[in-house]
Design a protein around this ligand. Structure first.
Ligand code: SF4
Length: 267
């Protein structure tokens, strides 16, 4: 039995691997999270909206050539009820989700609906080093996977974003999603991530192709090696500290100063 740490890398934690070894180790490897409150209302709404999109695009539920929206009311109600959203807010959230999903489906391409292979497809793979030992794990849940009849050699991963702010086009997050897509569905000539930002004002699509990611694979592998090489997992201060759940405890270790030093700081 080995005590070797095997980090799991996901689209949501890959950037932390580059920012701070202490944070990545404590939160993502040891899964030691401080208790600090509830998930935000917008995050819960996003989870509920993803759940409804999953249900309407489930290939088994597609009747004819369009997703069946006849149960949209029920799906939005069930998805909202599964989140801890204030009861008084639920009708508003349900209505938002219904409008958003209907808008998205009505604007979706028929070819994309017909080409849907799966929804919320999850993959988790062990990556071995040259000696065959587990080096790290790679894991992702893909919102939707499709292949267009007109482009049969390209596997498309659709990632829904429902936050108010436009999401960043993040190549590292894309890499992890497309790594997992390639491992789940090998044999395609190209892999394409489509990041759909869905609001009632419109659907904005950003794309990342696997061809753009060639150099990034070895950069991530090198960063994993760097992370594992220093078992003290030292903290690294950055702008990411502002959003770090460990900040309060971590910054207590910061060396202090004295009243006298501040009083004479600019003398
Ligand atoms: S507060 Fe900053 S330095 Fe400390 S663990 Fe978090 S990211 Fe790292």
């Amino acid at each position: 039995m080995t005590n070797q740490i095997v980090p799991t890398i996901t689209p949501s934690n890959i950037n932390e691997l580059f920012q701070c070894a202490k944070r990545f180790h404590q939160l993502r490897v040891m899964r030691d999270w401080p208790q600090n409150g509830k998930m935000s209302a917008s995050a819960q709404t996003g989870i509920a909206a993803h759940r409804v999109l999953r249900d309407v695009y489930e290939p088994a539920n597609i009747k004819g050539d369009q997703p069946d929206l006849s149960k949209l009311d029920l799906l939005a109600r069930v998805a909202t009820a599964s989140q801890s959203i204030e009861p008084g807010q639920r009708p508003v959230v349900e209505a938002n989700i219904r409008d958003l999903v209907r808008f998205y489906v009505n604007n979706d391409d028929l070819e994309d609906v017909e080409g849907t292979l799966g929804v919320e497809v999850e993959g988790r793979f062990t990556v071995a080093d040259a000696n065959g030992a587990a080096f790290f794990m790679v894991q992702a849940k893909l919102d939707r996977v499709l292949v267009r009849a007109s482009q049969p050699t390209i596997l498309v991963v659709r990632d829904y974003k429902t936050s108010h702010n436009k999401p960043r086009r993040d190549l590292y997050e894309a890499l992890i999603q497309l790594w997992v897509a390639k491992l789940l569905y090998p044999g395609y000539a190209e892999y394409l991530l489509e990041l759909d930002h869905i609001t009632l004002d419109g659907i904005e699509r950003q794309t990342v192709t696997s061809k753009e990611l060639k150099r990034l694979s070895s950069i991530v592998v090198a960063q994993v090696r760097r992370f594992l090489a220093d078992p003290t997992f030292p903290p690294t201060r950055s702008e990411g500290c502002h959003f770090c759940p460990l900040k309060e405890a971590c910054w207590q270790d910061e060396p202090g100063t004295t009243v006298e030093a501040l009083e004479s700081a600019f003398d």
